[in-house]
Design a protein around this ligand. Structure first.
Ligand code: ARG
Length: 458
């Protein structure tokens, strides 16, 4: 395929250099956005009289025919083409003749590629938001199911205080809601039209940038043409949103792996989301969770790659920026796949309630409540804390729990103790009393569930 830029040179390029330069193998996935953008451009050229309305019509018809043929697979991408932009223009000119050569008036591939990528990522962002909402809904449903199931809550991976499994799950929902918010915010900045910035300096033609932006559903236009073709912040923002989202999925995955281990046995994953071992017959491995955790590293890599590519670039467009696409495509593809399988894995996950409850009953996770009980009897918290620590040490030494120490034993530490202490250290009561907003009581978790459902719209 002849080069669209043959002129200053004869367009002959070294074969290896040509392949190295080509972005078609990966930017062909932008064909729909490229053609849609070109149709809007042709309409603008016609509406402003830069070309005739009849010519614009020929271009638009030709473009829609190419779109149809690519959709149906009637034509294929020419591997010799340099990129999706030159490929479409070349086919158009082959099909409609002279008029095809007018499409690129008042435009450059620099604003064109920025336009295509913004259109593509706008749709991808919407898809990712939908998938996060779906997952947030699934986790919220699980939280509802397990809003009274007591488990040990951890800090430093040491048993800390009793919480409910529903409360713990809702913590992840809150993260996902922030992910949705971040993605929605990024979408606003993606949704700005760069078309009409041309190569970098704007144009001498009487273009109407607002006409094109409106036709393509943009909220506004890039207000500085040099910035409009140089800016890849929107790609970096999306990559960073996805990196944070993957970090959340990865932490969740880590807990899934822990909880499904023989040491914890807090949950049982559906067989459909685990694998066996080729040698150890007893194994049921949480591969899906492990892979999501693993792919998080890969998505961080995508973000780091583009941040590094961009950091030293002078204005305006530089070919380095062609590297944006593979990174962001990979991150979008990866996160969508992760969200899909993760949703299935959580939806079919079962809590092993009695194991959770048994783990909560050991480890003195009601010691804070013991101290709070003494505070209720008039002791300052620090004094109560110290006294309770001594009781825990005593109980541990005598292989007892706070629930089964005798009242005499309690009273040997302080005369303030009475029968009420058993109510105070009862695990169900410990949870039920934490009615503070955001806390672990059933009522507090129900509020969190209602808040989440309002945002998710489920
Ligand atoms: N393939 C290029 C990219 O992805 C398109 C823009 C090319 N512009 C240029 N002046 N060579 O960035």
């Amino acid at each position: 395929m002849a080069k669209i830029w043959a002129g200053r040179t004869d367009g002959a390029v070294d074969l290896a250099a040509d392949g190295f330069n080509s972005s078609l193998p990966f930017d062909k996935r932008l064909y729909r956005q490229d053609i849609t953008g070109s149709m809007a451009h042709a309409a603008m050229l016609g509406a402003t009289g830069i070309i005739t309305e009849a010519e614009a019509e020929v271009l638009i018809d030709g473009l829609s025919g190419i779109l149809e043929d690519l959709d149906s697979g009637k034509i294929d991408f020419d591997p010799a083409a340099e990129d999706i932009h030159s490929f479409v223009e070349q086919i158009l000119t082959e099909r409609v003749g002279e008029a095809g050569k007018k499409l690129h008036t008042a435009r450059s591939r620099n604003d064109q590629v920025a336009l295509d990528l913004r259109l593509y990522l706008r749709e991808e962002t919407d898809r990712i938001i939908e998938a996060v909402k779906l997952l947030a809904g699934t986790v919220t449903d699980k939280a509802e199911e397990y809003k009274s199931l007591i488990m040990p809550g951890y800090t430093h991976l040491q048993r800390a205080q009793p919480v409910t499994f529903g409360h713990h799950l809702m913590a992840y929902v809150m993260m996902l809601l922030r992910d949705i918010d971040r993605l929605s915010d990024t979408r606003r900045r993606i949704n700005v039209s760069p078309i009409g910035c041309c190569a970098l300096a704007g144009t001498t033609y009487p273009t109407d940038r607002f006409y094109e932006a409106e036709k393509l559903g943009f909220e506004g236009i890039a207000l500085n043409s040099i910035d409009g073709v140089s800016d890849r912040d929107f790609v970096l923002e999306l990559l960073s949103d996805i990196a944070v989202l993957m970090m959340h999925l990865s932490r969740f995955s880590e807990e899934i792996c822990l909880w499904s281990s023989f040491e914890f046995r807090f949950i049982e994953l559906s067989d459909a989301f685990t694998t066996g071992s080729s040698i150890m017959p007893q194994k049921k491995n949480p591969d899906i969770a492990e892979l999501v955790r693993g792919k998080t590293g890969r998505v961080y890599g995508d973000l780091m790659a583009l941040l590094t590519t961009m950091k030293g670039l002078p204005l305006a467009y530089n070919k380095d920026m062609q590297e944006d696409k593979e990174a962001v495509f990979d991150a979008c593809d990866t996160v969508k796949k992760c969200l899909e399988v993760f949703n299935g894995m959580i939806g079919t996950m079962k809590a092993l309630g009695s194991n959770m409850r048994a783990a909560a009953a050991g480890g003195f996770i009601n010691a804070t409540d013991l101290a709070d009980y003494l505070v209720g009897k008039g002791l300052p918290f620090r004094t109560a804390y110290k006294l309770s620590g001594g009781i825990v040490a005593y109980a541990q030494k005598n292989t007892k729990t706070l629930e089964n120490l005798s009242l005499e034993e309690y009273r040997s530490f302080s005369p303030l103790f009475d029968e009420g202490v058993y109510d105070a250290v009862d695990l169900d009561n410990c949870v039920a009393r934490r009615t503070s907003t955001g806390g672990t009581s059933v009522g507090s978790v129900e509020q969190q569930i209602a808040y989440a459902r309002e945002i998710i719209g489920a």
